[in-house]
Design a protein around this ligand. Structure first.
Ligand code: AHR
Length: 660
């Protein structure tokens, strides 16, 4: 093999140069729909990794608001406690744990015996981002048995100790009560803390200390960050996969995601350590827990807001096989299967059913119209197939209308994959979830992956994919243009096979600038800002041009264009907007000329061109330059159903061609 390499390097420029300079002629038969493109074709994968939920999409600003972390004072500081040395009875917050098994076990007892200025400070999620003139909603549960603490002052404090906004409350009730107030930020600052000081002496108990910006997505209480949701909405996703990812499975069965513990009153939801807290020694996150404030109700509500089909993925009695791989004995799977059945009832059942009533009590009597359910995340091997069969039987017996998604494991090829796929095919599985984390080259080379796939077998959900610039789980991976353009090339192959590939989603979705564990990610945020990576804009261009009908793109020689001369293409017609969309990728360093002949239906004389490009494959969007590479719009004349275009090097473009 090494002997061939020099010859390849020598010959490549000789053969490639003349071809590059030629015009490529393409024919698109607009009159012939090869297949329907499913509304679910381009969707979103959400997992609480990289502080995607708490500290991210979920707009709560107080970390460890209920004092329920393993270290109950994590996230809280008491800089002015013990002013005179250790005195456990004055100016000290103590964690009280009255009910070991309750969801909300702990509260914080504060004893103040003098007025020396005791302070309790919450540090937020790597600080708290505040915006000038924005209003913040604070709520606290408090019990003031002696009624001697007369006031709590609450302040945003910057790193120099300046006060950037303040409010106060008088929690005078002897028994537990919720107190709330609003206050305004006087400045914009990405990293404030929230300081509480107390007037009076005595004992006060505090719990569930919560702070949200008033301006959440749709103005909802317990809401989501508006700026992040807006980027999701701009994708116009066809589905929303939730809650993952490995988080579904848990490192152990005890730490698996249990949807029932994420619905109902927010303070009754059990906190759980986030599996990404300890997963990577190179990115430890000891303060990463799941409050489940963004739970399954909020997930269904968000899906509805986005017009996206909910695609919940549930555990199947197997902990993550990369971790403990714990198994629930086959005879004990009942409760796991019941969870799946009950989730369907929670989403779709009438308000007279027990779980439909929970949904109703949470303010949503109408069903969420859930149609899909995923059984297991990245499961592989015979133990998965045995468990899948039990789920499938029970689900289909009770709900034949629900479409089941099954797993082919973590890799897109190899023994696990081949075994899973062949067994699932024998079982007539409906949709198989395939994952690809691989090099940019792999993505380009696999643009043909589905061209010869079995048309009689299960449909495909490309449920997690992203090009890795260095290697899977490397902290050096970048969201660079080489990766994004390679994904675009690959996606032309997904789209060309839209008859069998019916759902696709990039993963992971979100990452906090400081709190991340995994890179690359589609969208990066910090406490004040959010930006879409170049990969995001590739996703957006595909999803915003999903179309309704798949069209063939054929070269003048009658071949399908799948990467010849580093050119990739796919095309769809949109029956709603009466347009044809053509996606073109030039992954070469040469300008390439193209002529497209639209056959069998008249097209308009002017096309819109959306171009995403950079000459530098290592280019990225960033907090400093979030719009370095974004789509640029131009127009192009179409003459007598022929369109001539020169595609610049390293370019992805979408043509919007009106139909007459
Ligand atoms: O997307 C990050 C992780 O990659 C997911 O949790 C898992 O399913 C995959 O291995």
């Amino acid at each position: 093999m090494p002997n061939f390499r020099p010859i390849f390097i020598l010959l490549l420029p000789l053969f490639s140069f003349p071809v590059m300079s030629q015009k490529t002629e393409l024919v698109i038969d607009v009159g012939h729909s090869i297949a329907k493109v499913q509304p679910t074709m381009y969707g979103i994968f959400f997992e609480d990794i990289n502080f995607a939920a708490d500290g991210g999409l979920y707009a709560e600003m107080v970390k460890n608001r209920g004092f329920e972390f393993d270290d109950p004072m994590m996230g809280w500081k008491q800089p002015k406690s013990n002013p005179y040395g250790f005195n456990p009875t004055s100016g000290i917050a103590t964690i009280i744990q009255p009910e070991a098994d309750a969801a909300n076990r702990n509260f914080c007892r504060i004893n103040i015996e003098d007025d020396k200025g005791y302070e309790l400070i919450n540090v937020g999620f790597r600080g708290m981002g505040i915006k000038k003139a924005a209003i913040y909603d604070l709520s606290i549960m408090a019990r003031n048995p002696g009624q001697t603490i007369t006031k709590i002052l609450v302040q945003f404090i910057d790193s120099l100790g300046n006060v950037l906004g303040e409010g106060s409350m008088a929690p005078t009730g002897k028994d537990w009560q919720t107190y709330s107030t609003k206050f305004v930020a006087q400045a914009t600052n990405p990293k404030t803390t929230l300081k509480f000081t107390f007037k009076g002496t005595g004992t006060i108990d505090l719990d569930n200390i919560s702070l949200f910006p008033e301006d959440t997505w749709k103005g909802r209480k317990n809401g989501l960050r508006k700026d992040i949701v807006q980027l999701l909405a701009d994708l116009r996703p066809g589905f929303l996969r939730f809650p993952g990812g490995c988080i579904v499975e848990g490192r152990t069965l005890a730490q698996r995601y249990q949807w029932k513990k994420t619905v109902g009153p927010v303070w009754d939801r059990n906190l759980l350590i986030n599996r990404w807290n300890t997963e990577f020694a190179h990115r430890p996150a000891p303060d990463y827990f799941q409050s489940f404030g963004l739970g399954f109700f909020e997930y269904f509500q968000l899906s509805e807001d986005l017009g996206a089909a909910p695609v919940p993925i549930l555990g199947c009695g197997m902990a993550c096989q990369f971790n403990t791989g714990e198994l629930v004995p086959l005879d004990d799977l009942g409760p796991y299967i019941q969870d799946a059945l009950d989730l369907i009832e929670f989403a779709n059942g009438s308000v007279a059913t027990p779980w439909g009533k929970v949904r109703n009590d949470m303010g949503h009597p109408e069903p969420f119209h859930m149609k899909y359910i995923g059984i297991g995340n990245e499961q592989w091997g015979p133990e998965y197939i045995k468990r899948y069969k039990q789920f499938e039987k029970a689900l289909k017996d009770a709900h034949p209308e629900i479409v089941i998604i099954s797993s082919s494991g973590p890799f897109p090829e190899g023994d696990f994959f081949e075994y899973g796929r062949s067994e699932l095919k024998k079982l007539n599985a409906e949709i198989i979830d395939e994952h690809y984390y691989n090099s940019p080259e792999w993505f380009r080379e696999n643009a043909t992956r589905y061209d010869n796939y079995d048309r009689q077998g299960p449909k495909i959900f490309a449920g997690e994919y992203a090009a890795q610039s260095v290697g899977i789980t490397s902290p050096e991976n970048k969201n660079n243009w080489e990766c994004a353009l390679s994904e675009a090339a690959f996606m032309t192959g997904l789209e060309r096979n839209a008859d069998i590939v019916i759902m696709t989603s990039y993963a992971p979705l979100l990452a906090h600038e400081e709190g991340w564990q995994w890179t690359p990610d589609l969208i990066w945020f910090n406490n004040l800002e959010v930006y879409g990576t170049v990969n995001y804009y590739v996703q957006k261009l595909f999803a915003n041009h999903r179309g309704t009908d798949l069209l063939a793109v054929i070269t003048a020689k009658g071949d399908v264009l799948t990467g010849q001369n580093n050119l990739y293409a796919s095309s769809v017609k949109d029956a709603n907007s009466n347009e044809v969309f053509v996606k073109l990728v030039n992954f070469s360093n040469k300008k390439q000329a193209l002529e497209i002949d639209f056959k069998n239906q008249k097209v308009g004389s002017e096309a819109t061109v959306l171009t995403l490009r950079s000459d530098t494959l290592s280019d990225e969007n960033s907090f400093g330059n979030p719009k370095k590479i974004i789509p640029q719009e131009s127009s192009l004349h179409v003459s007598n159903n022929h369109l001539n275009i020169e595609i610049t090097p390293y370019t992805f473009m979408v043509l919007e061609v009106p139909l007459k």
